[in-house]
Write a protein of this length. Structure first.
Length: 699
């Protein structure tokens, strides 16, 4: 034993073993050493802001009331300034204290925002200090902060995650939290605070900017989220920010995994791989994954919401009524649409495939959305009227269901209480337990429903399995058998294929892929058909070769469920995200150094070649609208969902049938490969962006 230990000790000292077991590998070194290219304006000695008055916004009156100090902000173009010998304005180079915080889920590129900001700030004045708030907005509220040094920045350049200062989801949404945040900023003597976050966090940035306006503490937001749902257009539809950073990397990371499953699935031809991909509400990630992989089926939530059941509308019209349930897709109907695709592939001999389901798909299923809204209101009402919290008071599902039952009783006694009636309660009780738990799951600190906690794929696949079983019994779900294989198998057994073919198959005369007759749904019915045709005597056994063919035609629906979310979110950024986020960091500093507040740093023309990228500041306040949160209307930044008229969506729609490949022959999968970071084959921007911009050019 001690001999073995000594040998291991010796082995651990070996330089090659040390090198191979070190945390520092060549990929890491290469990433850290990479210098992202910078937009031309940042090569100048300093930058200036120039108001770009071409853009208009439709402003909600509530915003004017609540964000009066920053509502007049306009789009600012960042311009290079200064000749090499020119004196840079003092205001630009003054010593500053800048704070930065990550808010919400991690997104690849966050460290480069810090790096860009750090490099620009130190270049303007080496005495400037950058502070990182730990664990998200809680770090601001509780004054948990570290000074970010050059060594720390170098350690994380071009690396994924928010590891350096971590993140959190707390919202600064009460007077007390606002006061504490202000206190922290003043104690640290901050000139500016940078909030790197999604829609809710940039909403926070606007309110902080308003609150700290008179204290001259500038607040700048940065559009971050893998969901890709921060996209800014003006009232005329002109794109100011096409995509948040982190989206490209997450989409590419998911696409690589999904593509691997396309390869695996089409090799062992026995599984349907069900891939749920993140995106709390919008289906942007699923859309990009579809374009990257050409998976057989990709659901796009926004498309389902638009569904109209024409047959039901017509039926109602003839009856002189209106069927409101005909608008929007139901879960049951969706499961049938999926089954139809599965059956068609099986008939083409392909009882396998890959389905991509966006995490937030339920948001677009009318009946489920109604439950989510009702339950949000019930939970919010409970929390607003009690000192305690709904989830602590009712920790178990049974307690929660009992509370809902009480609400249904309340609706019977008090007609003015309409939020939860007996019908709602009955429908809810029909759902499987795990789904009920999912719908009752705790809302996040912003009052959002947490789709990642619901097993959407399991719910949907449960319905798909049930319906496929029905279709199997109806003789509709079958696997097509190649004619050549059938003939060979029977001949090898000394049987005449021509003799059995017309009895076994419904398309024997002209089918390339033979489909067993719908009436044959078991060995028993197979025997009966053969007897009826006079090929078999009642007491005779079915020939083994015929049985073999029949068994091959019987589909098993075997699924493997996968969830892609946290893994892609933690991935090291693509080259696109490295460059984009680093330039966002540089943009942030330009906005700060030129006195901006209540602005969001952005890069225009992301969809074009790098030399066309334009750093800008977007005013956050005009982007706000009213939305229901925690049971009341709140002013928040509007989320962008997939536009079903966009070129990217329309391309996916047009190629849907080709990617389903419900015909004999090869599938049409695309191999996006892994995120390579360097190298010629590294893709330079999201496909969605390119398609949408090409279409704009075309118009
Ligand atoms: P952000 O909007 O904060 O960037 O987070 C997006 C996201 O990754 C969603 O795709 C996902 O639904 C959610 O976060 C998961 O949240 P959590 O990390 O709290 O499980």
């Amino acid at each position: 034993m001690s001999g073995v230990a000594t040998r291991i000790e010796e082995l651990l000292k070996h330089p090659e073993v040390k090198r191979m077991t070190s945390n520092i590998n060549s990929e890491l070194l290469e990433r850290r050493a990479y210098n992202p290219p910078i937009c031309r304006v940042f090569e100048s000695p300093y930058t200036r802001l120039k108001e770009d008055d071409r853009y208009r916004f439709t402003i909600h009156p509530e915003t004017i009331k609540r964000l009066g100090r920053i509502i007049k902000n306009t789009v600012q173009k960042i311009q290079g300034a200064g000749a090499p010998e020119e004196q840079i304005p003092q205001e630009y180079t003054k010593r500053r204290n800048i704070g930065i915080v990550f808010s919400g889920g991690p997104a690849p590129g966050g460290h480069n925002v810090i790096a860009g900001l750090y490099d620009a700030a130190k270049k303007a004045n080496p005495e400037t200090k950058l502070f990182g708030f730990i664990l998200g907005p809680d770090g601001i509220i509780e004054n948990e902060v570290i000074e970010i040094t050059g060594d720390m920045v170098d350690q994380y350049r071009n690396l994924g995650g928010f590891t350096m200062i971590k993140t959190g989801r707390t919202k600064i949404d009460t007077e007390k939290k606002m006061d504490l945040s202000k206190k922290t900023c003043k104690e640290l003597g901050l000139d500016a605070l940078v909030i790197v976050g999604g829609d809710d966090s940039n909403t926070n940035a606007a309110f902080l900017a308003e609150e700290m306006y008179d204290d001259k503490i500038q607040i700048i937001g940065v559009p971050k989220t893998i969901d890709g749902d921060i996209q800014v257009r003006d009232a005329d539809g002109r794109v100011l920010c096409a995509m948040s950073f982190g989206f490209h990397t997450a989409a590419r990371a998911f696409a690589k995994e999904v593509s691997n499953l396309c390869t695996d699935g089409s090799s062992d031809v026995k599984y349907w791989h069900i891939c749920k991909v993140m995106g709390r509400v919008a289906s942007h990630l699923a859309l990009e994954v579809a374009l990257q992989t050409h998976a057989n089926i990709t659901l796009i939530g926004e498309d389902l919401a638009e569904y109209v059941d024409k047959e039901r509308i017509e039926k109602a019209r003839l009856e002189g009524t209106t069927d409101y349930t005909a608008y929007g897709m139901t879960l049951r109907h969706l499961s049938r649409v999926i089954c139809d695709c599965i059956v068609r592939r099986a008939l083409a001999g392909k009882n396998y495939g890959v389905i991509v389901i966006p995490e937030g798909v339920l948001e677009f299923i009318n009946e489920i959305q109604v439950f989510i809204i009702k339950l949000n209101a019930i939970i919010a009402e409970y929390n607003n009227t009690h000192d305690t919290d709904f989830h602590s008071d009712f920790p178990y599902l049974e307690d929660k269901l009992e509370y809902l039952r009480r609400q249904a009783r309340r609706s019977r006694e008090d007609p003015s209480f309409t939020i939860w009636n007996t019908r709602d309660d009955e429908l809810f009780n029909d759902l499987p337990e795990f789904f009920q738990e999912g719908l009752l799951t705790e809302r996040d600190s912003h009052g959002n429903f947490q789709f990642s906690k619901v097993e959407t794929d399991k719910v949907l696949m449960g319905l798909v399995k049930d319906y496929l079983n029905y279709l199997k019994e109806e003789g509709v779900y079958k696997i097509g058998i190649s004619r050549g294989y059938y003939e060979k198998t029977l001949r090898q057994a000394g049987l005449d294929p021509e003799h059995y073919g017309p009895v076994l198959f419904k398309n024997y005369t002209d089918g390339q892929l033979l489909i067993v007759r719908p009436s044959i749904i078991s060995v028993k019915t197979l025997g009966q058909e053969l007897v009826k045709a006079g090929i078999l005597k009642k007491e005779e056994e079915i020939p083994e070769a015929v049985l073999k063919i029949y068994n091959k035609s019987v589909p098993k629906f075997s699924t493997q469920l996968h969830f892609y979310g946290y893994d892609g979110r933690g991935s090291d950024p693509t080259r696109f995200d490295c460059i984009y986020s680093y330039n966002l960091g540089l943009t942030v500093f330009s906005l700060i150094a030129n006195g901006a507040t209540g602005q969001m740093a952005a890069i225009k023309n992301l969809e074009q070649e790098f030399d066309k990228w334009e750093p800008i500041g977007i005013p956050i306040a005009p982007l706000m609208h009213l939305e229901e949160r925690k049971g009341r209307l709140e002013l928040v930044l509007e989320k962008s969902i997939v536009d079903i008229n966009s070129a990217a969506y329309q391309v996916v729609r047009a190629l849907r049938e080709r990617w389903l490949a419900a015909e004999p022959g090869p599938d049409n999968y695309r191999r996006p490969g892994p995120i390579r970071f360097t190298g010629r084959s590294e893709e330079d921007r999201p496909i969605t962006l390119v398609l949408n911009s090409l279409a704009r050019e075309h118009n």
